[in-house]
Each structure stands twice: as C-alpha cells, then as structure tokens.
Design a protein around this ligand. Structure first.
Ligand SMILES: NC(=O)c1ccc[n+]([C@@H]2O[C@H](COP(=O)([O-])OP(=O)(O)OC[C@H]3O[C@@H](n4cnc5c(N)ncnc54)[C@H](OP(=O)(O)O)[C@@H]3O)[C@@H](O)[C@H]2O)c1
Length: 345
C-alpha cells in the first residue's frame, strides 16, 4: 500500500513517518512538504534512520510537493496540516485517494458551529456530510467505507470515549465539567514565546476556560450523538510535559449509581476494543500510555456523582496513532497493525 504524508516536517507528520515505517502493509511512503520540496528528508528529520529509504520509493529520500504526490497516486493520504489549510491543500486527492485529515476542517458537521469555533466558514462545506468522524471505537462501521475521514482532536478523543457509553444509559442532572491537561507538543511545532522551555517548564495554567476553546463544539457534537442534552464546561490546561493528555470529567446523574454499574457499561462498550483499557477505581496516568495508542479510563462514584479519568498520548491516540488505526479499519487490516499497545518505559 502506498501512503502519502502531507506536512511531514510537523510533529504528527514526523510520528506518522515512524508508524508507517513499522507498518508491514505499507510498502511505500511519499513524504510531502510544502516548505522543503526537493530537499533530503534525512537532513531535516534528524531522528530517522537511513533504512527508511527502502520505503521512500520514487522520491529517493527527498520531500516532494503536493502536486508531485498527486501524480504518484497514493492509496491513502494523511493530511497533517493546520486547521483551515488542510482542506485546500488536499483538494486534488479527494475522490482519488482515501484522505485521513488530522486537522479540524471536516470534524464539525454544523456550519454555524464550525464558524463559532474557527471564526471562519468550513473550507469545504460540500464535503462535511460525506466525511466520517474517525473516533474509531464509536464509528468503526462507518469508517470501513469512508473515503474522507476526519481524525478527531486529542481533547475530544480523551473526553468523549469515557463519556459516550455512560450518556447512552443515564440522564444528566447538571452540566458536564471537564478539566483537561495537555503536553506542549499538542500546540504543534511552532516558534512561540509562550511555548519556549523557560516559559513552560515549572509552569502550568488554564487557557480559554469555560466555553471558549475551539474543541468545545466538537466534544458537544460527540456527546449529543449519545442522545444527551449537553451543557459542557471545558477547561484546557497546559502542563510541562512534552507529550501526554489527562482529562478529569465530573457529572451528576438523575439517579444513584455504583462503581459496578460503570464497570459493566464501559466493559460492554469496549471489551472488544484493543486500545481501550479500563483501570477501574485506579486513576490512570499519562506515563502508562506514553507512545502507545491506548486510552486508559478510570472512575470514582459518589452517590449520583461520577468522576471519569482518562489518559492518552496526544500525539498517538490523540493524532497520528488514531489516524493509522483509521487506515487499518478502512483497508480491512489488523486494527493494531503498526501501533503499540504498551506504554513506553
Ligand atoms: N500535535 C498534536 O498533539 C495534535 C493532536 C491532534 C490533532 N492535531 C492536528 O494535527 C494537525 C498537525 O498538527 P502538528 O502538531 O503536526 O502541527 P505542526 O507541528 O505545526 O506541523 C504542521 C505542518 O504543516 C505544514 N504547514 C504549516 N503551515 C502550512 C501552510 N500554511 N500550508 C501548507 N502546509 C503548512 C508544515 O509542514 P511542511 O512544511 O513539511 O509541509 C508543518 O510542519 C493540526 O491540524 C493539529 O491541530 C495535532
């Protein structure tokens, strides 16, 4: 199988390069870069071993332009590009290759809500309804025949997976309160004063609290798919980790519940899902899922109050790993192919 990565030099593009190198069904990788076409991949991708050349086919180890990549007819295209750029740059691949878009350009179906989140109309409204939201554990059947997959955001993945099965069974008695912590790589590879080491190390803060963050509408869309009427208070925080995401969610239900109820609901929902691990009343930790495509989910119950805790690696299950999982599902491959189930030491 031939796979193109657009935006190869970014964090998620770099990780895709490594995941696809380890994927036995991917025989050829086309590395696309708008900033470095014609330059040697090995000069800019410092950590990549020269053995990757065996998968770089006709590119001969050089970055190619988007136009050149189109002429190489990839089976699958991973768009690892900024929001509001991706749909435009990928224009020539739609209807020719399966496109897995890591940006938000196709995630929110409602055009007004998209505008509210991104302060701009969706770049390709004609494709919004065609795009399948690639939250693998929830939309697996739809992904199997999708030609355009909107890979979910890291915050929406980590927040939605624990909540969706619960909201299908119980009614909310109040708002959904989410506090989410993200490692710095979640912001991408850009030079920004806020993101330099001396500003971020030994430092932590909330940003865009309440209903301001652009992922709020994406999360609400996911939760309302569970037939709940959701009032969401989502507060992201930046913490001094390179990678990792931790989410604490608090909800109150209209009835008393037990820890065994939650265990049973989440087990029913996820028993056959290789990348979901239920840790019960233990609180999961980002270290345990580091570099893996797993989400770990824990909980605590107090009467009708429920805390849900979830941890992922923002770059893997929150981005490139879930994108490869989507490819595996779409092409009928082993769902775990090329992906790690284990956290790194
Ligand atoms: N980082 C995460 O944890 C994470 C999690 C979930 C989703 N995402 C989403 O995944 C996408 C990629 O994220 P990232 O963290 O990899 O970002 P990044 O590190 O900033 O890399 C993005 C890459 O896109 C290309 N690019 C940048 N501006 C461009 C433009 N104007 N036109 C065309 N290409 C441009 C560049 O690669 P070339 O110069 O090589 O073309 C750049 O290296 C984003 O939409 C992001 O929101 C990221």
């Amino acid at each position: 199988m031939k796979a193109a990565i657009i935006g190869t030099t970014g964090y998620t593009g770099q990780l895709l390069l490594r995941l696809l190198d380890n994927h036995s069904d991917v025989t050829e990788i086309i590395p696309v870069s708008s900033s470095k076409p014609g330059e040697s991949l090995f000069d800019s991708c410092r950590g990549v071993d020269s053995s990757l050349i065996r998968k770089l086919g006709a590119t001969n180890g050089k970055f190619v332009s988007v136009d050149e990549a189109e002429r190489m007819s990839p089976d699958v295209v991973f768009a690892a590009l900024p929001h509001l750029k991706s749909a435009e740059v990928c224009g020539g691949f739609f209807d020719k290759s399966v496109v897995i878009d890591l940006s938000a350009d196709f995630r929110i179906k409602d055009e007004a809500k998209f505008f509210q989140s991104y302060n701009q109309a969706p770049p390709r409204p004609d494709l919004l309804q065609k795009a399948v939201y690639g939250l693998c554990e929830i939309y697996k059947e739809e992904i199997k025949s999708a030609d355009l997959i909107a890979n979910p955001g890291c915050y929406p993945t980590c927040t939605s997976l624990p909540l969706i099965p619960i909201l299908k069974k119980f009614h909310l008695a109040g708002p959904v309160v989410v506090n989410a912590l993200s490692g710095i790589s979640g912001a991408g590879k850009k030079a920004s004063m806020d993101l330099i080491f001396s500003e971020r190390t030994e430092n932590c803060n909330a940003y865009l609290p309440g209903k301001l963050h652009r992922h709020t509408n994406e999360i609400i869309q996911n939760l309302e798919g569970s037939l709940a009427d959701v009032d969401l208070f989502f507060t992201p925080h930046l913490v001094p980790l390179k990678r990792g995401m931790f989410v604490s969610t608090f909800i109150q239900l209209t009835q008393e519940i037990s820890s065994a109820d939650i265990q049973s609901i989440l087990t029913d929902a996820y028993a056959d899902q290789p990348f979901v691990r239920l840790v019960g009343e233990k609180v999961p930790e980002t270290y345990d899922v580091r570099c893996s495509n797993r989400i770990d989910i824990g909980w605590k119950v107090f009467g009708n109050s429920l805390y849900l805790f979830s941890a992922i690696d923002n770059l893997v299950k929150g981005a490139s790993g879930q994108a490869v999982q989507n490819m595996n599902i779409r092409f009928g491959l082993e769902e775990t192919a090329g992906l790690s189930l284990h956290g790194n030491v």
